[in-house]
Ligand binder design. Sequence first.
Ligand SMILES: [Ca+2]
Ligand SMILES: [Ca+2]
Length: 277
Amino acid sequence: MQSISWKVLAATAIGALGARANAQHLIDIAIGQSQGKIATGVFQVQDANIAPMLSQRVFIAEFGVFPDFTNNPGLDSLAGAFQPGSQIGFNILKALRKWDGTSFPQSAAGIPPEQIQIKLGPAANVRLTPTTDVPVPGFGLAVSTGTNAGEFHHHPGYTLLDPASDGLYLLELELWSTQPGLANSLPYWMVFSQNASEDELREAATWVRMNLWAPDCGADLNNDGVVDDSDFVYFVNAYNYYLCDPPGCPTDLNGDWVTDDQDFILFAMQYDGFLCP
Ligand SMILES: [Ca+2]
Ligand SMILES: [Ca+2]
């Protein structure tokens, strides 16, 4: 396996940011199929296209589209990603947790009085986060059949219920599909800000990355089980533009919300190792 050199990195030319027509996808959680499962991630602009980096499991969100409400990020896939007419839905895996300034305590003592309501579409499509760590089955939504067949693109609404106090809230979810043979996603986390600062929000998301997710092969950016040149394309694209935008930043391998030289060192170590553990 050839090592990556700085010269290669510097010589790799990446096209200008294009695909403005696709810009609405960039704020969403990207989903697709990877290694027999639904996988979550973010979209990246590559020349005139957008490509999903299906290796991110922590996402940030902010209430306030309306008070105590947001419907961003949505869940979005490329066309053809899933079986047309199948359904993809979510399960809520745990009770909500609230940031205490240094962590999201996982004990029952860390469960706040608030709950988050998730809602979209018909009246039956309403779910509440549980008050203990008992999973709550969610509801399914359709994969497109007509134009953009096989695309899944929906924006469930998230409402923070009273007392809706300021701070940061952690929601743990998984995705399922009615498509035969497609397994549930691994758990993913949404960190919601209720009037918290951007710095606090990113600090809390990093805590989740380091403590609950703890990826052992973060450089596998396309989530195919190996770290190779395909991942390098994603990495160098983010590196060249210093990109690290919401809702998540898979190329930020050390959790400081920039993609820079420190991440390159970590990427190169895993690239040289090739196979993920
Ligand atoms: Ca890979
Ligand atoms: Ca970083």
